[in-house]
Design a protein around this ligand. Structure first.
Ligand code: UDP
Ligand code: MG
Length: 321
């Protein structure tokens, strides 16, 4: 299928140092593309000059659109906003920090035109990221893959391109707890991997703290798998059976041999173990309950301050009249 307009979606949160080099690299790449391009910046409540810079670029380049969110909603929701507002019949997501090479986009577009719906870039190496982050990310995605009912692509970031059909599918997902990577897998369709080396950030600092990543990881797990709940029920079952057997032993011992006040250590052990498993169970149930709570509120996923679309050919004609 021929793509007429490709939307390049860039979520932006305090990226003033990166935007100019990003724009330069994108521009160099865009001349190699066989189709028209919309450059869609989603400003996710930046507190620096990012929005001004986008507006400045927008005055010089009519291919730029800008969605300004009403506050910082986080990358997942910023991406949702971008997917909703994109005008293109294909869309590629790229980080503002140039960790994903824009030069890969023409190759991804080729795969879309070959009939694939979701072309994802697979990192074959990750420079400039700590050993700890690489390791946790690897372990987490392998586990998520095993636990959830749907296949999750391993070693994949958000650098991926979607066909018009995949975009329509993504727009129908309205849940407010969003783990985009999970949702991208959820829609299924024909997927294709393209391999590349991940570069370090060009400037600025990563916006993810350890706790933010932890939050994302828990949400990813709970929104795509009920296995943790099942695990807790299983644990509860085993503990109850073990406790019952132990009870029989204690009673028999007391009946046949008598029990002169000993037993304090075993009592404490049982107490602590049961207390621990109950807390664990409550915690897991709480996680799911929290998600149900958030979901029942049915709040909009994001709010938009202002949307400034790109100038289409018609707009330009009007301007000339
Ligand atoms: N980002 C965003 N909202 C946020 C955090 C990040 O839109 O709350 C954007 C950020 O501007 C960048 C992309 O998401 O374009 C990836 O962010 P970052 O490089 O900090 O993440 P990492 O590459 O370390 O996973
Ligand atoms: Mg980054």
């Amino acid at each position: 299928m021929k793509t007429n307009l490709l939307t390049v979606l860039v979520p932006v949160y305090n990226e003033e140092e990166c935007l100019h080099s990003l724009y330069d690299r994108l521009q160099k790449m865009m001349v190699r593309l066989p189709c028209e391009v919309e450059l869609l910046f989603v400003n996710d409540g930046s507190t620096d000059r990012s929005l001004e810079l986008v507006r400045f670029l927008q005055q010089r380049d009519t291919r730029i659109s800008c969605v300004d969110l009403s506050r910082n909603f986080g990358k997942e929701r910023a991406l949702s906003a971008g997917i909703d507002y994109a005008q293109g019949d294909a869309l590629v997501i790229i980080d503002a920090d140039l960790q994903d090479p824009p030069e890969l986009i023409p190759r991804m577009l080729e795969e879309i035109e070959n009939g694939y719906d979701d072309v994802y870039a697979c990192r074959s190496s990750r420079q400039g990221e700590t050993w700890f982050k690489r390791w946790t990310s690897k372990v987490y995605y392998r586990w998520l893959h095993h636990l959830s009912d749907i296949p999750v692509q391993v070693d994949t970031g958000d650098f991926r391109m979607f066909s018009a059909k995949a975009l329509r599918a993504l727009r129908r997902l309205k849940e407010s707890e969003r783990n985009m990577k999970g949702l991208f897998s959820y829609i299924g369709m024909r997927k294709k991997a393209v391999y590349y080396d991940r570069d370090p950030r060009v400037a600025g600092a990563t916006k993810w703290s350890f706790w933010k990543l932890f939050d994302l990881a828990i949400k990813g797990l709970t929104s795509f798998s009920v296995l943790p709940l099942r695990f807790v029920s299983f644990l509860g079952g085993i503990v109850s059976v073990a406790a019952f057997v132990f009870l029989l032993v204690v009673v028999c011992k007391a009946v046949f041999y008598g029990d002169p006040v000993a037993g304090y250590p075993s009592l404490m052990a049982v107490q602590l173990f049961l207390g621990g498993s109950i807390l664990l169970a409550l915690g897991v149930i709480g996680e799911y309950l929290g998600i149900v709570y958030n979901e029942t509120k049915r709040r909009p996923v994001y709010y938009v301050n202002e949307y400034a679309p790109m100038q289409t050919a018609e707009d330009k004609d009007k301007g000339n009249m």
